[in-house]
Design a protein around this ligand. Sequence first.
Ligand code: ZN
Length: 85
Amino acid sequence: MKYDKDLYIDSGIYGLDEDIRDYKEKVVKCRKPHKCVSCEREIKQGEQALCESGFTDDGAVSAYTCLECVEEWLEESGQVETDED
Ligand SMILES: [Zn+2]
């Protein structure tokens, strides 16, 4: 993890559809493998990822985004300083 944990949580990256109730975002250590919703690579067990969760009319939903994708987004959206010498 390159940046402050709060930056990942407040990054504004959005892997889930709108109309989610009880929307929550947190950084978790995966207890089982997940697929990153952004780059579709496998997030391995024990790796950290941004987990979004909530409820739709159909039940609970969740989405995992790998930290690299969040970092890329933070850099692209200018929320962090990047080292460019
Ligand atoms: Zn990814």
